[in-house]
Design a protein around this ligand. Structure first.
Ligand SMILES: [Zn+2]
Length: 242
């Protein structure tokens, strides 16, 4: 089973700078490859790769995967240009526009898009240990590895047909599941929970687990809420299984 997951990267300032620097290097390399392709007339992937692969890696310090991607980007750009010309989108072969497009190498803006794939990006990096951030930023940062964990869980759950819900974990370790009283002091020690209002006590992780379960149950009500009568399937009528 193949799952396509759209993810949003939440890089630290340092990581963002590194990504941007890599992007700029990739585009400089692509512009270089494009000019060699223009001069030599070699515009196919194998030919260019044979000609320039080692150079790209040595001169621009790119690793194997981005180097291959850079070549592909140039090949695609020339293919797109040729297709435009064939379709007459650049005007007649004698027109100013056509000649200007064809008389110089393709070039790439410093921040032109560059494909990254799972061989270029690592999902294993745990950034929490390395950077201290303001308190209000920590939630975002620490959600990175948990986001990854969530993806794995969602994937496994889907494979086995088990419902998967994500709930907001805020205050689940401070809230009393019996009376709802929420206070930091409900956790006199890391391992212990003791409600200051009603006295409910127990291991902190178990209490937090109960809170998470309760939140999932409330959320589940909305997930399984019957669709309005107008949109309901006729054959669903009269069925009462959950
Ligand atoms: Zn309580």
């Amino acid at each position: 089973m193949k799952l396509v997951v759209q993810v949003k990267l939440l890089p630290t300032p340092e990581q963002a700078a590194a990504l941007e620097a890599t992007l700029r290097v990739c585009n400089r390399a692509a512009t270089h490859v494009a000019s060699v392709a223009f001069d030599t007339g070699v515009k196919d992937r194998n030919g260019l790769q044979k000609l320039l692969y080692t150079d790209i890696k040595a001169t621009f310090g790119l690793s194997a995967q981005p180097a291959v991607r850079v070549v592909k980007k140039v090949v695609d750009a020339y293919a797109a240009l040729a297709a435009q010309a064939r379709a007459g989108l650049l005007g007649k072969a004698t027109s100013k526009r056509y000649r200007r497009a064809m008389s110089s190498p393709v070039s790439f803006r410093p921040e032109a898009a560059q494909p990254f794939d799972d061989r270029c990006l690592s999902w294993q990096q745990d950034v929490r240990d390395r950077v201290r951030l303001r308190r209000d930023q920590r939630g975002t940062l620490s959600s990175w590895p948990f986001h990854q964990l969530g993806r794995h869980l969602a994937y496994k759950a889907r494979q086995t047909g088990v419902a998967f819900l994500e709930v907001d974990a805020a205050h689940t370790s401070q809230r009393c599941p019996r009376c709802g009283h929420t206070e930091k002091a409900n956790r006199p020690a890391r391992e212990h929970f003791r409600c200051r209002r009603c006295g409910l006590a127990g291991p902190a992780d178990v209490v937090a687990g109960v809170n998470v379960r309760d939140r999932a149950r409330s959320a589940w009500v909305f997930v399984t809420m019957p669709v309005p009568a107008t949109a309901a399937q006729p054959e669903a009528k009269g069925r009462c299984d959950p």
